[in-house]
Design a protein around this ligand. Structure first.
Ligand SMILES: [Zn+2]
Length: 636
C-alpha cells in the first residue's frame, strides 16, 4: 500500500466556504446518519447492509442503488474528518464499516440489492446500478482512509475493485461492456492513486477505451428492443456516431459528467493527449453552451438530459445538484492537467451559486432540482414542473444529492490550490492555508480574506529556505479591475487567467490582491431565447435573484434599469448565515391599472410603477419566506 502523502495540503478555516463545510460537519452529517439509519422514520439504507451482514433478518428496501446513500455519507465523513476530527462521528462510521465488511461476499461482491433480491442475477443486467454502487463504495474507502488512516473500508474497496477487475475486461470469459451509471472509472483511478495497484488503473482505462474501441460489445447488450430509457451520454465512442464527428454533449447530465471526469482521470494517468483534447471539447461544449448562470446543467427532466445548445429554460429545467458536482469533478481534473482560469471560473460558479443553494442553513433540507424561476402554484399544477420544488425538502426517495453535496463540500480544500510546473497555483480565494514542499523548502501560503463578501485577499508566503518560484494568482473571469499591492493590474498581465508573481521568496512576504466587487449586470448570449431582453444582477462570483419576500408577487414582471447604479446594503435576515450584501436598483413594474385589468390582453400601457428591484444571493433563495423567485429579470 502506498501511503505517500499528497505533495500539497490545503485547509479552509473561515468565510463563506468554511461556513458550508461547517454546516455539513455539524448539522448535515449527523442528520443524514439519522435519516439513513432509520432514526427519523423508515429508511432502509443501513438496514439493508445489516440484513446482508446477517445481523438482522428482513427484506431489502428502497431503490436498487440505495447502498450509495451510505457510501456517499461515509465518503463525506472521511473528507470531513480530514478537516477536523470528530470522535462521535468517527465511532458511528467505524461501527457501520464493520457491518459493511461483514456484508461483503467472499469474492468481493457487495451490492445489497442484488445480494438480497436477485442473488442469481449478478452482472446480468447491463443497465443495472451495480457498478455505480461499487464505484461509490470504492470512493468511500479511499476517502475514509485519507481522513482517518484506517484501512478497514479501503480493504473492502480493494476487494470490490479486484472483483470488478476480474469480471470486466477484454479477455475471454470477462464481460466486455456494461452501461449502468458511470463512476467506476473515477473510482478505480482514485484507488490506483491511493494504492499504486496498476490493475485498477488498467481496468479504468479499459472501461473508457472499450466504449471507443469495441462499442458494439460495450453497448450491444444495453440496446434492448424497446428500451425506453436510453440515457446515452458518452459523446465518446458512441456506436451511432464517430468520435471525430462529435458535435454536442447529449444524454443524462450526471452520467455524462461522471464519465467525462473518469475520462479526464484516464487521460491524466496515461498521458493520452487525444483523449485530453476530446475532454476539453466536451467541457467547453457544456460550459459555453449548456450551462446555467448558476452553474446548473441538465436542461430537461425527460431522461434528466441535455437537449441542444443554448436551450436553457429557467422553470422546467432539471439542473440536478449531482450534475453540477460532477461538473466540478470534471473541471477540477482538467485543471490539474492544464491550469486555466476558465476551468476555475466554472468551479467557482458552482460553489458560490447552485451548490450552496442546494442545502439549507439548518443542514437538513435540500434541493435536488435547482430552478432559476419558481412559483409555487406552477410546481403544484403544471405537470411539466412537478419535479421542481419551491422549498428545500427534508429528504428524497432518490436521495443521491444530499450525501453527494456533503462529500463535495467536505472536500473543498483540495480545490483551492495546486503545485504544477514548479509553480503554486491559487485557484480559489478562501480564508485558509496551503503548505507544500518545493526544492527542499517547506512553504506555506496563507490567505486572509472574506471573499466573496469582500474582494481583498491578503496573501502571506512563508518559506524556511530562500526559494524561487512563481505564485500564480487567479484573476476571475468576472473581475474587470484588480490591484496588486495597490498597483492596478490589467488583463494583458494574465496568462490563461492567472497572474504570475515570480520571486525569490525568503522569510515571510505579504501581498495584497484587491478585486473590484462593484455589482454589475450580466446578459445571456442572444441565442438563449429564454433570457432574451433580460439581465441578472451579480456581484463578484455571486449570482443574485429576486424574491417575492422583497419585491411582492409577480417577480417576473420586474424590469431593472440597466443604466442606474446598483446599490449595495449589508443585510442580516437569513438565520444562520450571517451578514451578506443585498443589491437594489431602480426599476419598473406594471401599473396598478394594468394589474386591475379584467381583459387578458389590452393595448400597451403607457404608465408603469417605479419600483426598487431588490435582489439577494441565489444561494440564499427560499431561506426566509417561501414564495416566487427569479434569477433573470426584464431590462429597461
Ligand atoms: Zn442527485
Amino acid at each position: 500500500m502506498n501511503h505517500a502523502a499528497e505533495p500539497i495540503h490545503s485547509s479552509i478555516s473561515g468565510g463563506f466556504l468554511r461556513h458550508y463545510m461547517d454546516i455539513i460537519a455539524d448539522k448535515a452529517l449527523p442528520y443524514q446518519w439519522q435519516v439513513i439509519s432509520g432514526q427519523r422514520g423508515p429508511n432502509p439504507t443501513v438496514n439493508n447492509f445489516r440484513i446482508a451482514a446477517g445481523e438482522v433478518k428482513g427484506e431489502f428496501g428502497g431503490v436498487p442503488y440505495q447502498d450509495t446513500d451510505l457510501s456517499k455519507w461515509l465518503d463525506a465523513v472521511g473528507c470531513a474528518l480530514r478537516n477536523r476530527r470528530d470522535a462521535s462521528l468517527e465511532a458511528i462510521a467505524d461501527a457501520v464499516i464493520e457491518t459493511i465488511a461483514n456484508a461483503q461476499d467472499a469474492d468481493g461482491y457487495l451490492d445489497t440489492y442484488y445480494q438480497l433480491v436477485r442473488p442469481n442475477e449478478k452482472w446480468t443486467d447491463p443497465d443495472s446500478h451495480e457498478l455505480y454502487c461499487f464505484g461509490h463504495m470504492i470512493e468511500a474507502g479511499v476517502a475514509y482512509w485519507e481522513g482517518t488512516g484506517k484501512t478497514r473500508l479501503l480493504e473492502v474497496a480493494c476487494r470490490m475493485a479486484d472483483h470488478v477487475c476480474r469480471v470486466f475486461g477484454p479477455e475471454a470469459g470477462q464481460l466486455h461492456g456494461y452501461r449502468g451509471h458511470e463512476i467506476i472509472e473515477m473510482a478505480l483511478c482514485r484507488l490506483f492513486r491511493a494504492t499504486g495497484e496498476t490493475r485498477y488503473r488498467d481496468t479504468a482505462v479499459w472501461f473508457v477505451h472499450a466504449r471507443r474501441d469495441t462499442p458494439e460489445q460495450f453497448y450491444q447488450a444495453t440496446r434492448k428492443e424497446g428500451n425506453p430509457l436510453d440515457y446515452g451520454c458518452w459523446g465518446w465512442g458512441d456506436p451511432e456516431r464517430e468520435t471525430s464527428s462529435y458535435e454536442h454533449v447529449t444524454g443524462h447530465a450526471v452520467r455524462a459528467m461522471y464519465l467525462y471526469a473518469g475520462m479526464a482521470d484516464v487521460a491524466q494517468l496515461t498521458g493520452d493527449e487525444a483523449l485530453l483534447a476530446h475532454c476539453r471539447e466536451l467541457l467547453d461544449e457544456v460550459t459555453r453552451r449548456q450551462m446555467y448562470i448558476t452553474g446548473g446543467i441538465g436542461t430537461t427532466s425527460v431522461l434528466e438530459a441535455y437537449t441542444y445548445p443554448y436551450d436553457l429554460p429557467n422553470d422546467t429545467m432539471y439542473a440536478e445538484t449531482c450534475a453540477s458536482i460532477g461538473l466540478c469533478f470534471f473541471a477540477h481534473r482538467m485543471l490539474m492537467m492544464q491550469p486555466d482560469g476558465e476551468l476555475s471560473d466554472v468551479i467557482e460558479r458552482c460553489i458560490y451559486n447552485i451548490l450552496p443553494a442546494a442545502i439549507a442553513q439548518d443542514g437538513q433540507h435540500y434541493f435536488y432540482v435547482n430552478p432559476l424561476q419558481v412559483n409555487e402554484e406552477a410546481c403544484r399544477r403544471d405537470p411539466l414542473k412537478t419535479h421542481v420544488k419551491p422549498v428545500r425538502q427534508a429528504w428524497y426517495e432518490c436521495a443521491c444529492c444530499p450525501p453527494n453535496l456533503a462529500r463535495f463540500f467536505s472536500s473543498l480544500p483540495r480545490y483551492t490550490a495546486t503545485v504544477q510546473e514548479g509553480r503554486l497555483w491559487l485557484h480559489l480565494y478562501a480564508q485558509g492555508c496551503t503548505s507544500f514542499k518545493l526544492g527542499g523548502a517547506n512553504i506555506t501560503v496563507a490567505q486572509h480574506t472574506d471573499y466573496p463578501m469582500e474582494g481583498r485577499v491578503r496573501i502571506t508566503v512563508a518559506t524556511d529556505k530562500p526559494t524561487a518560484f512563481a505564485l500564480m494568482l487567479r484573476i476571475p473571469g468576472w473581475c474587470r479591475r484588480f490591484w496588486i499591492d495597490g498597483r492596478p493590474g490589467s488583463s494583458g498581465m494574465l496568462s490563461r487567467g492567472y497572474l504570475a508573481i515570480e520571486r525569490n521568496w525568503s522569510g515571510e512576504t505579504v501581498l495584497t490582491l484587491e478585486m473590484d466587487m462593484t455589482p454589475y449586470m450580466m446578459q445571456a448570449h442572444p441565442r438563449v431565447r429564454e433570457d432574451s431582453g433580460k439581465i441578472v444582477l451579480t456581484r463578484g462570483p455571486v449570482v443574485y435573484c429576486c424574491e417575492e419576500a422583497d419585491n411582492g408577487a409577480l417577480v417576473e414582471d420586474l424590469r431593472a434599469s440597466a443604466s442606474a447604479p446598483i446599490e449595495q446594503t449589508w443585510q442580516n435576515d437569513v438565520p444562520g448565515f450571517g451578514e451578506y450584501v443585498g443589491l437594489s436598483v431602480p426599476g419598473k413594474a406594471s401599473s396598478a391599472a394594468a394589474l386591475a385589468e379584467e381583459r387578458l390582453y389590452f393595448p400597451v400601457e403607457m404608465s408603469a410603477r417605479n419600483v426598487t428591484v431588490k435582489a439577494i444571493p441565489y444561494c440564499l433563495w427560499g431561506e426566509r419566506v417561501p414564495g416566487e423567485m427569479t434569477v433573470w429579470i426584464g431590462r429597461l
